[in-house]
Design a protein around this ligand. Structure first.
Ligand code: GLY
Length: 528
């Protein structure tokens, strides 16, 4: 489906004026939700509002917006100021369109508003003050978009150009109120990272990477940073999960504070999941919270770790047991960085894609199955849509359950057994994705025995993982060693673990299982 273009934002920000200009340039038809309401009801929008009252009007508006958004043929849709205040409509728009929020200052809005008898929201009291109040109330909803443009002093042609550039970029939105951000999936476009950082107008930069990534990607990093005016310090950590510890966090803290950062500094995490988690945690804690941009350079970090705001480090008791939720301000995933990624790491990253495909998206699962060899070989053509879809699926879960109190636990599929395996091997025997691959199959076998998962899915998952070059098979002795670490899972609730169980491909639910039962299973024979 080619995406619609939705223009949203407060009244008098120029949505209806801009829509035909964007539509003409894009060669698309355009509609104005207010005009559709007026035509359908045979009355001016103000009259319909009076007749139906706010609730009735909003219900009608939501129905009409939904119908427009569900059209297969792409179009430009100019919303009313309140159309996307409704969460369900907004999320549908984010799924089916590139959503642009137009903004203007309260004074400009008041000046543009014209006849206030047709603007019931501004009619009482000082219109600029009323606009300011309403903008504050609506800030969360308007922030949930793919891009936002100020219209105070900008002409329609320049705005249309900016909108179409955003449409061409096609970022994935992670809508979390005023903490919303977008993920750009690019290929060899270092300006995308430059722009994402520049947008934040940082006073200085704290750039965190690791020695392997720096060796392979130094030029790419430097060309992204060179155009930026802000001074920066570069912190090159020791690579790998065994180094995801407090000492690494301390290195970032000391180095950033030694460089004299202030609260307008921005942390840039340029690397894999370990770098992202450590830099993200340092950002969450430095000066009680700095902004962070995630620039993932591994497949695993692109499709999982860089999106969703989980940060932290490992301690003796287990993996990721100390951390914080700290959402990035932007994520820029440059697929060109995967060209230098060791094949073993690329394939391990595919396990996280298999995880979301199995749990949420049978179509993605079939795509993986039919292109397994090309994916295992790192084909950029097929990686691009796969990475993008995996990020969309992750974003959809994060927007429902940012702090992991409900459905987000489904992303833990394969991780209860996987983390135990990793911890038992002191993070040296298996890469994270390899442990997840083994965990996926082990958990599917377990939930099949419990009658939750239909027969055959375990074998299907194992076949796919093997075809992708990430073996899910682990000797029984390793599982026996892992058993003792199962009780340390973060998803533990008392003596139970919240375990994802697949009722079929794309049909995941959470089940409570006694840790003792998992331990007994883990000590059992190898699953083949
Ligand atoms: N990696 C699992 C999550 O982000 O919830």
């Amino acid at each position: 489906m080619a995406a619609h273009i939705v223009l949203s934002g407060f009244m008098a920000t120029g949505k209806s004026s801009l829509a035909p200009v964007v539509a003409e340039r894009a060669g698309l038809p355009w509609v104005d939700i207010d005009a559709v309401i007026a035509a359908q009801q045979g009355a001016a929008v103000g009259e319909v509002w009076q007749r139906l009252g706010e609730r009735g009007f909003r219900a009608l508006e939501a129905t009409i917006a939904e119908a427009e958004l569900r059209h297969e043929a792409p179009r430009v849709i100019a919303c009313g100021g309140g159309t996307l205040l409704d969460r369900a409509t907004r999320h549908l728009a984010l799924d089916r369109a590139v959503v642009v929020t137009l903004t203007a200052s309260p004074e400009v809005i008041a000046a543009r508003a014209g006849d206030l008898s047709t603007r019931p929201h501004l009619a009482s009291g000082d219109p600029a003050a009323r606009a300011r109040d309403l903008l504050a109330l609506r800030a969360d909803a308007y922030a949930e978009c793919h891009g936002s443009f100020a219209t105070d002093d900008v002409g329609l042609d320049a705005l249309a150009e900016a909108v179409l550039a955003l449409v061409a970029r096609a970022p994935v939105a992670v809508p979390l109120g005023t903490r919303s951000y977008v993920v750009d999936v690019t290929r060899d476009q270092s300006w995308a990272l430059t722009d994402a950082i520049a947008q934040l107008a940082p006073s200085s930069l704290v750039v965190v990477t690791d020695a392997h990534v720096y060796r392979a990607q130094q030029k790419r990093l430097e060309s992204a940073l060179a155009p930026l005016a802000a001074a920066g310090s570069l912190i090159t950590l020791s690579p790998g999960e065994p180094n995801k510890n407090l000492a690494a966090v301390q290195t970032i803290w000391e180095s950033a504070l030694g460089a004299g950062i202030d609260r307008d500094a921005v942390v840039v995490a340029f690397g894999g999941g370990v770098v992202g988690d450590l830099a993200g945690f340092a950002a969450a804690t430095l000066l009680r919270g700095l902004r962070v941009v995630q620039a993932p350079t591994t497949l695993l970090a692109m499709v999982d770790a860089s999106v969703g705001g989980k940060t932290g480090f490992d301690v003796t008791a287990g993996k990721n047991l100390v951390g914080a939720f700290h959402q990035p301000c932007a994520v820029v995933a440059d697929l060109a960085t995967l060209a230098t990624l060791p094949q073993r790491e690329l394939r391990a990253g595919l396990a996280e894609v298999v995880k979301v495909a199995l749990a949420f998206d049978p179509t993605l699962l079939e795509l993986l199955e039919s292109h397994a060899a090309a994916l295992a070989g790192g084909s950029p053509q097929i990686l691009a849509p796969v990475v993008r879809r995996a990020i969309e699926l992750k974003a959809a879960i994060v927007r429902e359950d940012e702090t992991d109190t409900g459905r987000r636990a489904l992303l833990n599929f394969g991780h209860t057994f996987g983390h135990a395996l990793e911890t038992a091997g002191a993070y040296r025997d298996y890469l994270h994705g390899e442990a997840v691959a083994a965990g996926i199959v082990r958990e599917l076998a377990f939930t099949t025995r419990r009658g939750w998962t239909p027969p055959g899915l375990t074998e299907r998952a194992a076949r796919l993982l093997a075809a992708l070059g990430v073996s899910p098979h682990v000797p029984a002795g390793r599982w026996a060693a892992a058993a003792g670490h199962l009780g340390k899972d973060k998803k533990r609730a008392g003596g139970d673990v919240r375990l994802p169980a697949l009722r079929g491909a794309g049909l995941a639910s959470i089940e409570r299982v006694a840790v003792a039962e998992l331990v007994a299973d883990c000590k059992g024979a190898e699953i083949r």
